[in-house]
Design a protein around this ligand. Structure first.
Ligand SMILES: [Zn+2]
Length: 316
């Protein structure tokens, strides 16, 4: 068992990157379940890390992501049980970040198998430690033990995986951008895309592992393939194609602004301030703007000058 106080500190740590932009409610629901299609539900996070969701087929349920802690994952399982008694056979982790995988154990203990892109499996218990190393901190023994106990995917795939839930087929597709090990989950018969952290709705994204050049192409492809879909972003409310286009514009504008300001000789704090000024009219109302755009600038400037380090797939 991990003491409750530990989860409180985990939430504080993760708030830096998990985009909990609403004032954290001390009580009340950790998330809100919204039906987005026939048998397709989004669980929009209030204070549980990233969004999750679930898809009910004829003979099984597939869950997409598992929140930032096991308590929220248990609440999600309870919400599923209000709707169906079918077995939860699968969990898809859209990527390794702990606010999407920390509740996996709740579902594996209930009999589910965890699916993820091949690249992310090895990162669940290693790369997540970086979130406890921010600002020169060292992970505590408890934090290290928690990350070491995360459940990794048992089923991995490289490009595309089709999962049958009876007559309903769910398509899991690998797309680059947010971490290098991202999956989207598409439900063709309901035209719903669970985009993981490849999509953020009116939130400034976490770019710590991002390759924004590839991400912009991913979003264009996603919109072309699913022009009228309902999108469940990793953070923020249920979204439409226009929201995905706005998010793509943010990434493009961020890169363009950094490019201009670097060419005019700006670096460091001056670069961050100049880019913030340029982006503020269009994106200043998005959650986390003042806190996260400076980080976005630092990380994307490093990407653009070739010095950014991102997680690497394990060699074969
Ligand atoms: Zn993420």
């Amino acid at each position: 068992m991990i003491p409750k106080v530990f989860f409180a500190s985990l939430l504080v740590t993760c708030a830096v990157w998990a985009q909990t932009t609403q004032p954290a409610a001390p009580s009340g629901p950790a998330f809100t379940v919204k039906q987005v299609g026939n048998g397709v539900y989004a669980a929009i996070s209030v204070r549980a890390g990233g969004n999750t969701g679930f898809i009910v087929g004829d003979d099984a349920v597939l869950v997409v992501d598992t929140f930032i802690n096991q308590a929220a994952a248990r609440e999600l399982l309870a919400e599923i049980r209000k709707i169906t008694n079918l077995p939860v056979k699968y969990v898809v982790n859209t990527h390794y970040h702990m606010d999407h995988v920390a509740g996996n154990a709740v579902f594996t203990e209930a009999g589910a198998a965890v699916i993820g892109n091949r690249n992310m499996r090895g990162w669940v218990r290693t790369e997540n430690l970086k979130f406890f190393r921010q600002n020169g901190a060292t992970p505590t023994a408890e934090q290290s033990a928690m990350v070491a106990a995360f459940i990794e995917p048992q089923i991995t795939y490289d490009h595309i995986l089709e999962v049958s839930l009876g007559r309903r087929v769910v398509r899991v597709v690998a797309l680059p951008g947010h971490t290098g090990g991202d999956s989207v989950v598409y439900v063709p018969d309901a035209d719903v895309v669970f985009a993981g952290d490849l999509a953020w709705r009116q939130r400034i994204p976490n770019l710590i592992d991002a390759t924004t050049s590839a991400w912009i192409e991913t979003l264009a492809a996603m919109l072309k393939a699913h022009p009228s879909a309902t999108f469940i972003p990793g953070h923020g409310d249920v979204a439409a194609a226009a929201d995905i286009a706005s998010f793509a514009s943010y990434l493009k504008d961020l890169r363009a602004s950094i490019g201009r300001e670097v060419r005019s000789g700006k670096t460091g704090e001056a670069l961050k301030s100049a880019v913030m000024e340029e982006l503020k009219p269009s994106y200043g109302s998005w959650g986390g703007f003042d806190r996260l755009v400076p980080l976005n600038v630092e990380q994307t400037a490093a990407e653009m000058d070739g010095t950014k380090k991102v997680p690497q797939p394990a060699s074969e």
